[in-house]
Structure formats: structure tokens, C-alpha cells
Design a protein around this ligand. Structure first.
Ligand SMILES: [Zn+2]
Length: 247
């Protein structure tokens, strides 16, 4: 299969712009590694302020950062570490009013949010605006990651079970083991690097990375695209539905 145009173009890192939505356990390591890789611009979107309960898994921050805007603090710290990368903080909620223009202004979307409502909405919107999107999610000792490419069948929606709102909320209260999000955040950065350098065979496209840190099992499971998928199926071009809540 020939490479999609956006991969064939092999955007140079120094000109690449990556949108990271969520500057938490997943977004922090992803942003660090993209800075280390020399990505031209990394935009960090997160409306939250640092709280004590975040510190154990968001290693970019310390107690001096409590109550400060995470996106702003992260951009400042990362700018000091990686001078070649422009870190742009956006301490706002991503929603219908700003998401389309934000997505369109970037080459790659990284979903480092929590909550399935937001994840699915962001995923759908990125593909609708023809941007690749790398997803990761974690709960407890487990997590998963995959990448979906625009106009190529095989996306997050094709992969079965999503928890309903009640189940999702109870899972979030269960907490996250820090090492799991570190691992998956690193994989998010690797997906971007692979994609921007044209190594599409290295991408988690039509396959899901499953991490079980309790049993120390890591599996990559291929899946077949759903021909009736509402996002990537034949003829699917519906504008994404509004989420119940956004980051
Ligand atoms: Zn799909």
C-alpha cells in the first residue's frame, strides 16, 4: 500500500507541530520526549491546575507548582530543557469553539486526556479534520494505545468495548499506577516520531498495544477495521457529536 500523502511528505521535525491534549500522566512524558526529539512546536492544552493528588504520576511537576496552571508550568519547564522546541501553553478547555482550528493548525494530535467521552470526541474530530491521532488510556495497572490515520480504515471506534459514563467514572476513582502512564506516554511520543519520519510500519495502526503492568504483559493485538464504523467506515463523514464534557 502506498504511503498516505501526509506521511510521504515526511515533515521535518523542526517544522512539525504537535497538539497534546492533556498535560497529565500521559501528556508529561509525551511532551518531554517530543521535546527531546526536537519537534518544532508542541502545544499543551489543559485547563487544570496542579493538585497534590496528581504529583505521584505527573513527574514534570513538584510541590512548588501546586495550584498553578499545568499547561503553563509544563511549557516553562520544558522550554528550559529543550530549547529547539517551542512549547505553547493553552490553559483552556478544548471544546467545539476552539478544537477545529487547533487541530487544523497541527500535524498530529496526541490524546492524553482522561475520560472516554473526551477521548472519543477528540479522536473523531481529529480524523474528521484529517489529522492523525494517537490515543492512549490507562486505568489501574492497565492501559492501551493505538494510532488512527485519516482516510484509512481502522480507528479507536472499531475496537469494541468502551465503558459507559458510570463505569468510566468509577474506574477513574480507582487510580492509575504511575509506571503505566509513563510507558504509554513514551509510546505516544514514539507514534508521533514514527509517523513524522515516514515509518508507518512502526505505527500502532489497526493494532492495539495492551499493557498489563501487574502481570508485566505487553501485547500488540491486530484488529480488522469495522466496515460499518461511524468514523472510518465506508462513506462515514459525519461531524463528530458533541461530548458530554471536554478536557
Ligand atoms: Zn473505525
Amino acid at each position: 500500500m502506498s504511503s498516505p500523502p501526509f506521511l510521504a511528505a515526511r515533515a521535518r521535525f523542526s517544522h512539525a507541530r504537535v497538539l497534546i491534549v492533556g498535560v497529565g500522566g500521559l501528556g508529561c512524558p509525551a511532551a518531554q520526549l517530543l521535546g527531546a526529539a526536537g519537534i518544532g512546536q508542541v502545544t499543551l492544552v489543559d485547563p487544570d491546575r496542579m493538585s497534590l493528588s496528581n504529583l505521584h504520576r505527573q513527574l514534570l511537576f513538584d510541590e512548588q507548582d501546586l495550584d498553578k496552571a499545568k499547561a503553563v508550568v509544563a511549557a516553562k519547564k520544558l522550554s528550559g530543557l529543550f530549547a529547539a522546541t517551542r512549547f505553547v501553553p493553552l490553559p483552556v478547555t478544548i471544546d467545539e469553539s476552539n478544537a477545529p482550528s487547533l487541530i487544523a493548525a497541527h500535524d498530529w494530535v496526541v490524546d492524553a486526556t482522561d475520560g472516554w467521552d473526551t477521548k472519543l470526541w477528540l479522536h473523531d474530530l481529529a480524523l474528521y479534520h484529517e489529522r492523525p491521532v494517537s490515543h492512549a488510556g490507562a486505568m489501574g495497572w492497565q492501559g492501551q494505545a493505538l494510532t488512527a490515520l485519516p482516510n484509512i480504515p481502522g480507528c479507536l471506534r472499531c475496537v469494541a468495548h468502551f465503558p459507559d459514563a458510570e463505569e468510566d467514572a468509577s474506574c477513574q476513582q480507582a487510580g492509575i499506577i504511575p509506571g503505566v502512564v509513563q510507558l504509554l506516554g513514551a509510546r505516544l511520543a514514539a507514534e508521533v516520531v514514527a509517523g513524522l519520519t515516514g515509518h508507518e510500519e512502526a505505527l500502532l495502526v489497526r493494532k492495539v498495544l495492551h499493557v498489563d503492568a501487574y502481570r508485566m504483559r505487553i501485547r500488540v493485538v491486530p484488529f480488522a477495521p469495522d466496515p460499518n464504523c461511524r468514523v472510518c467506515g465506508v462513506g462515514a463523514r459525519l461531524a463528530p457529536a458533541r461530548p458530554a464534557e471536554s478536557v
